[in-house]
Design a protein around this ligand. Structure first.
Ligand SMILES: [Zn+2]
Length: 350
C-alpha cells in the first residue's frame, strides 16, 4: 500500500513542488541505480537500518521490524544492500503524514531511544513551512494508520522547522545529555517546567565548561506522558528510553510531585547498572534555582562516574561532589576528578 500512498501524496503536492522547487538539488535515486520506493540498507556497516527512498532523494528510516511489518507488501528479501556512502547521500527525513486517513497534518518523529519514537505535530501553515524550507513537502513520507498509531504522541507541537530533529547530523555515536520531563497520565502540562529545566541544564553545561575547558552537548528535550496515574521512576524511564542507550545521560524530571521511592537523587541506571546513568528529580514552581543547578551539577557528576570525595581528601576545595550545593556556582571538582571527566566521550567529542 505504501506505493499507492506515495502516489496519492505526490499528486497532492506536485503543484507545490513545481512552484517551490528552487532549493539546492539533492541527489536522486537514479544517481545510484535506485528507484523511488526502493528499500535499502548498508548491510555491512555499523548502521544496518532499513530505509526507503523517495523520488526526491530523501529517505525515511524504519525504526524497528514492527514498523516495517505494518507494510505487508514490503519484503525483507527486497532490501537492497548498499554502501554506507550511498546511504549517506540521501538525507534522512522524519516527517510523516497519515495518508491512509488522508490527514493533512504533518508530524515529525523524535527518536527517543534506539527503536522508539514520538510524533510532534508540525503546527505551522504550508506557506510558512515552504518559506522556512523550500524542500519541506519533498521530505514528507506517507505512513499508514498502523504505523501512525504505534508512535507515542507528544503534547508539544513544533511551531518552527528549527525544532524538527535533523537526522543527517545524528549518529548513534553522538554523546549527549538529554532532559526528560515526565507527566502522569492526564496530568496538565506545566508550561513553566520545560523552559526552567532547560535553562538550568544549559547553565550547568556552561558551569562544566568553566571547570573543564570543554563541556557536554545538550540534546533535545523529551516530553513524556507516562501511561500511569502514579509515579514510578524506573517504569517511567523504561517507557521512554532504552536502558542500554549508553551514549546518552538522561536527566529525568517529573513535575509537581515527588517520585515514588525518592526525591532529589541520583540513579545510575544504565544498561547492566553501569555508568553512564540517569539523573532524576522533581520540579515544582517553588524550586530553588541555585539549589537546582548545584544539585544537577552534582548528580551529573555521579552519572559521569564520580563518587563522593573520601573525608580528608580534597577538603580544601569547595567541591561539588562533596555536597554543599548552595555554594554553586562557586565550587569545582577535586583536581583528580578533572582528568577522569575529560577522558569521557561526552567531553572529548569534536
Ligand atoms: Zn551524591
Amino acid at each position: 500500500m505504501i506505493r499507492q500512498f506515495a502516489i496519492i501524496l505526490l499528486a497532492s503536492i506536485g503543484l507545490v513542488a513545481a512552484i517551490f522547487a528552487h532549493g539546492a538539488m539533492a541527489v536522486v535515486p537514479s544517481d545510484y541505480g535506485l528507484v523511488e520506493g526502493d528499500l535499502m540498507s548498508a548491510t555491512g556497516s555499523s548502521d544496518p537500518d532499513i530505509y526507503i527512498v523517495n523520488d526526491y532523494g530523501y529517505k525515511r528510516l524504519f525504526l524497528n521490524p514492527t514498523i516495517f511489518n505494518f507494510y505487508g507488501h514490503l519484503k525483507w528479501s527486497n532490501v537492497r544492500s548498499i554502501s554506507s556512502t550511498t546511504r549517506d547521500a540521501f538525507s534522512t527525513s522524519g516527517l510523516f503524514r497519515n495518508c491512509e486517513t488522508n490527514d493533512p497534518k504533518v508530524y515529525a518523529v523524535e527518536i527517543t531511544a534506539e527503536d522508539k519514537g514520538m510524533l510532534h505535530w508540525v503546527n505551522i501553515s504550508g506557506e510558512q513551512a515552504v518559506a522556512q524550507d523550500p524542500n519541506f513537502f519533498k521530505k514528507v513520507f506517507c505512513i499508514n494508520s498502523a504505523e501512525w498509531s504505534w508512535y507515542q504522541k507528544s503534547g508539544v507541537d513544533y511551531t518552527t522547522l528549527s525544532q524538527v530533529p535533523d537526522y543527517s547530523r545524528l549518529t548513534q555515536e553522538q554523546y549527549t545529555v538529554r532532559l526528560i520531563v515526565h507527566y502522569l497520565k492526564n496530568q496538565t502540562h506545566d508550561s513553566n517546567a520545560q523552559p526552567a529545566l532547560e535553562d538550568a541544564l544549559r547553565d550547568v553545561r556552561d558551569w562544566y565548561f568553566d571547570q573543564l575547558g570543554t563541556t557536554f552537548v545538550v540534546g533535545s528535550t523529551i516530553i513524556h506522558d507516562f501511561s500511569r496515574e502514579t509515579w514510578h521512576w524506573t517504569d517511567a524511564l523504561r517507557e521512554v528510553v532504552d536502558p542500554c542507550q549508553n551514549n546518552v545521560v538522561f536527566v529525568s524530571f517529573n513535575v509537581g510531585e515527588q517520585w515514588q521511592g525518592g526525591t532529589y537523587g541520583a540513579d545510575i541506571w544504565g544498561c547492566s547498572f553501569s555508568v553512564p546513568g540517569r539523573v532524576g528529580g522533581y520540579w515544582n514552581a517553588e524550586s530553588n534555582p541555585i539549589g537546582l543547578r548545584g544539585w544537577l551539577s552534582h548528580e551529573l557528576g555521579h552519572a559521569f562516574g564520580l563518587g563522593h570525595p573520601i573525608p580528608g581528601y580534597c577538603d580544601t576545595v569547595p567541591n561539588v561532589m562533596g555536597g554543599g550545593y548552595t555554594l554553586w556556582p562557586n565550587e569545582g571538582f577535586c583536581p583528580d576528578d578533572v582528568p577522569t571527566l575529560l577522558a569521557l566521550p561526552w567531553f572529548s567529542a569534536p
